[in-house]
Design a binder for this molecule. Structure first.
Ligand code: NAD
Length: 477
């Protein structure tokens, strides 16, 4: 399949090479994608620059918004087809894939309708001067996204960038990019001019590295692992190009002794098992106040035992891990924890009939996990929950903030003053109180503190992040 989009044309890679696409449910190849390299990136960046110099650059914000909203409509119209592609590529349950596609459409509706609602400023200055601060696109923007929510990430990263008039080059993950290919076809159908959106499939170390190091880009946004995020920042820094990094997390769910248990348990279980735990904002640490520890962890264990893992068609609670490397990594964490004597409190179940060749992992609940154990601080990126007791509010804050990450926190308490204090003291980009919205909500600014990254996507803040300002000083006497 020719999966590279440059200047509105679908093409094979310059070197003609391809990459096999593996079904995580049975470890079998079912199609190929083009293996783009630096030669393809050069062409894509040049096409994006031409779009900025041409029709796309001249388009009004209202016209851009209209195209994005039309794109949103086309996504909804083709939702079932895209959901099937997404489920096959990632292994996720059909219901989840369907929800993801509705979310992608929402990104284009939200930012399409916001495109002409971002205003500049006029600044009072010296007599005889008119000073305006206008918001302008960065120019050519580079977008590197991971495999866990490929369709949603496509919308999250591209919708605000295109709304602000940037011309984008997307390098989706080599592990899951098929929904992105179909979405890009629909973007063309919606009327996006050639070159406004370019897609280069390929490996991260080839196409991805070439894109972030390219002297022709003006901005980069990366979602993925902290290790690669640092490499992206280094390479963009060499060209003095700003970048947004959305990296991993080890998000705490902090449960106080006045929690509404019936409400909390299902949400906490879903927040770590949804998408087989392959969610950057998964609630992967369960911190429970000592005096209710046994009762609460027992309730969570009962719920964990009912979590079922299967194929997209079985449409259960979660699917497989995305690839062999991640599968080995997740199993490694579980095996190491068991070997080092951390109590394994509960496991979910693999459905009858799943292939032994697939990358299926039964969700695992561990507790009480020692505070210095790797399960307490390292990101697993799989369905593994680490429960730990804490004594009081002070201890809860210390423990919650004790990792190198700071993406999302969940707080469970009915005490209003404590809700406020906790929200203030937690070091994370989002705090949910008596709810948990891993991944959801296009309206809500999202991003990390500490090693979870910097910069914000989603919400109106993304429109500011994906643009810059120009101060125009006019002397009229
Ligand atoms: P990854 O960092 O290996 O890959 C992410 C993307 O970067 C892929 O498209 C890959 O091809 C590309 N890439 C790899 N090497 C590159 C390089 N040298 N230069 C440029 N691009 C390169 O991560 P992954 O395995 O795909 O995803 C899992 C990780 O991503 C987890 O750690 C998870 O926490 C994180 N993640 C974060 C968020 C978030 O929003 N914060 C969302 C999803 C995943």
């Amino acid at each position: 399949m020719s999966t590279i989009l440059i200047d509105g044309q679908w093409r094979s890679s310059v070197n003609g090479q391809t990459i096999e696409v593996i079904n995580p449910c049975d470890n079998k190849s079912f199609t190929t994608i083009s293996r783009g390299t630096s030669a393809d990136i050069d062409l894509a960046v040049a096409a994006a620059q031409r779009a900025l110099d041409g029709a796309w650059g001249r388009m009004t914000a209202t016209e851009r918004g209209r195209i994005l909203m039309k794109f949103g409509e086309l996504i909804i119209k083709n939702a079932e087809e895209i959901a099937l592609i997404e489920a096959r590529d990632t292994g996720k349950p059909m219901t989840v894939a369907r929800n993801d596609i509705v979310a992608v459409a929402r990104y284009f509706e939200f930012y399409g309708s916001a495109a002409d609602k971002i205003h500049g400023q006029q600044i009072p200055y010296l007599n005889g001067y008119n000073v305006q601060v206008v918001r302008v696109p960065h120019g050519v923007t580079a977008h590197i996204i991971p495999w866990n929510y490929p369709a949603q990430m496509f919308g999250r990263t591209l919708a605000p960038a295109l709304a602000m008039g940037n011309a984008a080059v997307l390098k989706p993950s080599e592990d899951a990019c098929l929904s992105g290919i179909r979405l890009a076809q629909l973007a063309m159908e919606a009327g996006l001019p050639p070159g406004a959106l370019n897609v280069v499939t390929g490996y991260g170390y080839e196409a991805g590295a070439a894109l972030t190091a390219h002297p022709g880009i003006n901005f980069a946004t990366f979602t993925g692992s902290p290790e690669v995020g640092v490499m992206v920042q280094e390479s963009t820094a060499k060209n003095a190009v700003p970048c947004v990094l959305e990296l991993g997390g080890k998000s705490p769910q902090i449960v106080f002794n006045d929690v509404d248990m019936d409400k909390a348990v299902p949400i906490i279980v879903k927040a770590i098992t949804q998408n087989a735990g392959q969610t950057c904002s998964a609630g992967s640490r369960l911190l429970i106040q000592q005096d209710i520890y046994e009762t609460f962890v027992g309730r969570v264990a009962e719920a964990f035992k009912k979590v079922k893992v299967g194929t997209p068609e079985m449409d259960l609670d979660c699917g497989p891990i995305v690839n062999a490397k991640q599968f080995a990594r997740v199993k490694g964490f579980i095996d190491q924890a068991v070997a080092s004597g951390v109590p394994l409190l509960a496991r979910g179940v693999l459905a009858d009939g799943v292939s032994p060749e697939g990358y299926f992992v039964a969700p695992a609940l561990f507790g009480a996990v020692p505070r210095d154990h790797q399960l307490a601080c390292k990101e697993v990126f799989g369905p593994v929950l680490a429960a730990m007791p804490f004594s009081d509010e002070e201890d809860a804050v210390r423990l919650a903030n004790a990792t190198e990450f700071g993406l999302v926190s969940g707080v469970w308490t009915e005490n209003g003053s404590r809700q406020q204090r906790m929200a203030q003291r937690l070091h994370s980009g989002q705090v949910f109180i008596n709810c948990y919205g891993a991944g959801g909500g296009v309206e809500l600014p999202f991003g990390g503190m500490k090693r979870s990254g910097h910069g914000r996507e989603k919400g109106f803040l993304a429109l500011e992040e994906f643009s810059t300002t120009k101060t125009v000083v006019l002397h009229h006497g």
